[in-house]
Write a protein that binds this ligand. Structure first.
Ligand code: PRE
Length: 313
């Protein structure tokens, strides 16, 4: 089995819908603040000092998309149930079983962050508490372990094990820094959780990386025309990145060859690269790939000649 087929096989699991956002099927999602697909806020940050009603209402008024809220205590739950699309059980609250039960009973999707010292079993047990309350809409979020460093360290292997064992969607919490977004999605994360206050650019960067890496590791099975077009747009985005990179490399070759450009065309090499590509694209096969690659190669040669100022036509 090929590496990509293996990665895709491991990604099959149940999806959870948070408002209009599907987590676990389709593209990897970004949950955070501005620039993210869904937003979340934490009432814990205010330690219960600011009324939940005010904070939740403000968040709802400022964003009509999917909204998740982390409660400070069970007292916040009615307000959250009235306005939010999902609830976050923060890493610090993971062991508060009474709160977990009360949250689950609301019937909204629950995002369970792993506590910094929690084992896989302890983490997955929280999902079981939710199921026991009749709520199967659980998303897990790997938020890192406390290590010798001042900060926490993400455990992508544990994230992957959680996905495989539970069959539930799993996110990776990146804080404010999107630099591990590619690694997280490549390891199988269904989405990324950024801090609510993370800069908009961090969310946009994480989203771009998630889309690009996700195209290779996530096989999508869209059920509608808009979904299928969205999936094609994501593939095209990757094709564009690759075509741009290929054109650069093809230009380099033209400068290095004794005779570059159309004059130095090597049809044997072109046939061989098409045959090699057909091994990875057997459905298209050599016959269909040949005209595609001919157009790609000629575009590269035109560009190279244009840049060299020796365009023939
Ligand atoms: O490999 C080369 O010799 C190239 O010039 C590169 C390239 C290509 O774009 O792949 C372009 C023209 C040749 O006919 C064959 C291949």
């Amino acid at each position: 089995m090929s590496l990509t087929a293996d990665l895709e096989r491991n990604l099959e699991r149940g999806a959870v819908r948070v408002g209009t956002l599907s987590v676990g099927a389709g593209p990897a999602v970004v949950i955070g603040g501005e620039g993210a697909d869904a937003r979340w806020i934490s009432l814990r940050d205010h330690h219960g000092r600011v009324p939940a009603a005010q904070t939740v209402a403000e968040a709802r008024a400022g964003w009509s998309g999917p909204l998740l809220v982390e409660p400070f205590s069970a007292a916040d739950l009615p307000e959250i149930a009235a306005h939010a699309d999902g609830i976050v059980i923060g890493a610090a609250w993971m062991q508060d079983f009474q709160l977990v039960r009360a949250v689950a009973r609301l019937g909204l999707p629950v995002l369970v962050q792993r506590g910094p010292a929690a084992t896989l079993q302890e983490w997955l047990a929280i999902a079981d508490y939710c199921v026991a309350e009749g709520n199967d809409q659980v998303v897990l979020c790997e938020s890192g372990s406390r290590t010798h460093q001042a900060d926490t360290t993400l455990d992508l292997a544990l994230m992957r094990a959680a996905r495989r064992t539970s069959g539930r969607p799993v996110l990776v919490g990146l804080g404010e820094d999107p630099s591990l977004a590619a690694a997280a999605v490549a390891a199988g994360a269904d989405g990324l959780l950024l801090d609510p206050g993370a800069p908009e650019q961090a969310a946009l960067d994480a989203g771009e990386v998630a889309r690009i890496v996700g195209v290779v590791v996530r096989r999508e099975t869209p059920g509608s025309v808009p979904e299928a077009r969205g999936a094609i747009d994501r593939v095209d985005a990757v094709l564009a990145v690759l075509l741009e990179r290929r054109a650069e490399l093809a230009g380099t070759i033209q400068r290095l060859k004794p005779v570059g450009g159309f004059a130095g065309r090597d049809m044997d090499r072109e046939r061989r690269l098409v045959a090699e590509m057909a091994r990875r694209a057997p459905t298209l096969g050599e016959e269909r790939l040949a005209p595609i690659m001919n157009a790609v190669i000629e575009a590269g040669l035109h560009l190279a000649e244009e840049r060299a100022g020796t365009r023939r036509d």
